[in-house]
Design a protein around this ligand. Structure first.
Ligand SMILES: [Zn+2]
Length: 89
């Protein structure tokens, strides 16, 4: 996965670095990416044309990507352990 911004302490930063996509909306919070932001380019399927997935790289802030991952993980967790009761407050 490609990334942008200041290098941080993660193995992802051994991958290819790209220019900061200033002005592009973040795939997490939808706020435009700013010059000093750090983040990742996440390949997402935007639509299907027959059997072909049309993909696009969507910039995500570092934190938004982590938040998305933990959200996905919690959904998966709920699926794997359906008896888990959700606590409300
Ligand atoms: Zn964001």
């Amino acid at each position: 996965m490609r990334w942008f911004g200041e290098k941080w302490d993660a193995s992802i930063c051994n991958e290819e670095r790209v220019d900061v996509p200033v002005g592009s909306p973040c795939g997490g919070c939808q706020n435009p990416i700013k010059e000093n932001d750090q983040g990742l380019m996440v390949t997402q399927i935007i639509r299907w044309e027959g059997d072909n997935a049309i993909c696009r790289e969507v910039p995500h802030h570092r934190n938004c990507f982590v938040a998305k991952l933990s959200y996905e993980a919690s959904k998966l967790f709920d699926k794997m352990f359906p008896s888990k009761k959700e606590k409300k407050k």
